[in-house]
Design a protein around this ligand. Structure first.
Ligand code: PLP
Length: 403
């Protein structure tokens, strides 16, 4: 019954784990969820008020498919102010989350067989989106030896006559790596040398620590800006995951095609959400700084804890996003929670079923020797989750069998 496209599709593993954790919670099992990719903070009051005013004022009809002009203008102002990028409203397309922006991008850019370079560890949806759009993901593996960073040489080795674009996620989900300007420039120049488009997913741009800052790919030079599609959104910066609001900024022909595609698929983002986003973007930004400080506190805590948990080796200290991504290959070959561990998938299952902590195996990110722990949860949950994992890995008897 289903077509080949659906058969080729793998469900989002992070969503699947979240669903399984929620199922266990619904059954009354006390699960600590460290798998989530969303801030545990509330949407800022300004954003909520903007959404509520939209409803009260009857701003509840279709908007322009690419988003309201006032929101696109406000996004343009933000990009100018914070990223040093000059985009006019007709170079900006607002969508139902950055996920949707990315999907639009691949849909308007790729012809069958076009290749997109994707760095592993990657965000789970890139390869699937490229496949859905008829393209071929070409995975470039990176590891701790190069601090999970791409180099021009790695790109060179994976280029073919069919390579059309490269997708960069900076700061990175899941590794937390933040590229400095020199490294980013080297990638950009290599892409330009081969005439590639660059998809720059900067959704975690505001969540950087230890003095790291996110430089926008398109700010590298005017030539790089012309070949770059910048992606960002409200989910992580404003704790607005459920509102579904993201955007892309690109040269006019690309933006126009994305808007047209969207006009046939979703007719654009919800009018109410767009008003909420506009209010969040234009309102008091102090909540963002407070959120970032709290994430940093948890990040430092998680880093310290991992030093004492044998089997979880945090090879590269994350300086962005809200994840730690330790190498767990030391646990392979051991029996943990009554299970024989051969992979990070096995370990995550043992941790979920025996220690009742949900985390995501590295295989989901193309990196099967790692796992991802999210610290986008309260300190109390983070502490309890790491305690449980530590006890399980230490062979604590209460976790010796599945519960
Ligand atoms: C790297 C990255 N890009 C894009 C997204 C999509 O965000 P949203 O669709 O909620 O804006 C996520 C969400 O987890 C992400 O981690």
């Amino acid at each position: 019954m289903l077509n080949q496209r659906s058969k080729n599709l793998s469900p989002s593993p992070t969503m699947a784990i979240d669903t399984r954790a929620k199922q266990l919670v619904a059954q009354g099992v006390d699960v600590i969820n460290l798998s989530v990719g969303e801030p545990d903070f509330d949407t800022p009051e300004t954003g909520k008020a903007g959404g509520m005013a939209a409803i009260a004022d009857g701003f509840t009809k279709y908007t322009a498919a690419a988003g309201t002009i006032e929101l696109r203008q406000a996004i343009g102002d933000k990009l100018r102010r914070e990223n040093g990028l000059d985009y006019s409203p007709d170079e900006i397309v607002v969508s139902n989350g950055a996920k949707h922006s990315l999907f639009n991008i691949f849909m308007v850019l790729l012809d069958p067989g076009d290749e997109v370079l994707i760095q592993a560890p990657y965000w789970v949806s890139y390869p699937e989106m490229v496949k859905l759009s008829g393209g071929t993901p070409v995975i470039i593996k990176t590891d701790a030896q190069t601090s999970f960073q791409l180099t021009p040489q790695m790109i060179e080795r994976h280029i073919s006559a069919k390579t059309k674009a490269i997708a960069i996620n900076n700061p990175s989900n899941p590794t937390g790596v933040v590229y400095d300007e020199t490294a980013l420039r080297a990638i950009a120049e290599k892409a330009a040398e081969h005439g590639l488009l660059i998809i720059s997913d900067e959704i975690y741009e505001r969540l950087t620590y230890d003095g790291a800052t996110c430089v926008s790919m398109a700010a590298i030079s005017p030539d790089i800006k012309r070949r770059t599609i910048t992606v960002n959104g409200f989910s992580k910066a404003y704790a607005m995951t459920g509102w579904r609001l993201g955007y892309a900024a690109a040269e006019k022909p690309i933006a126009k095609a994305m808007g047209e595609l969207q006009s046939h698929c979703t007719s654009g983002a919800s009018s109410i959400t767009q008003k909420a986003g506009l209010a969040a973007l234009s309102g008091d930004q102090s909540m963002m700084a407070a959120m970032r400080r709290e994430f940093d506190r948890r990040r430092l805590y998680a880093i310290e804890r991992l030093k004492d948990i044998p089997g979880l080796d945090l090879e590269v200290v994350p300086r962005g996003a809200f994840y730690v991504f330790p190498n767990v290959s030391e646990t392979f070959g051991r029996v943990i929670g009554g299970r024989s561990i051969e992979s990070s998938d096995d370990l995550c299952s043992a941790i979920l079923e025996s220690a009742r902590v949900a985390i995501v195996p590295g295989s989901s990110f193309g990196s099967p020797r790692h796992l991802r722990i999210s610290y986008a949860t309260s300190m109390e949950h983070l502490r309890e989750g790491l305690d449980r994992i530590e006890h399980l890995l230490a062979g604590d008897r209460q976790f010796a069998t599945s519960s």
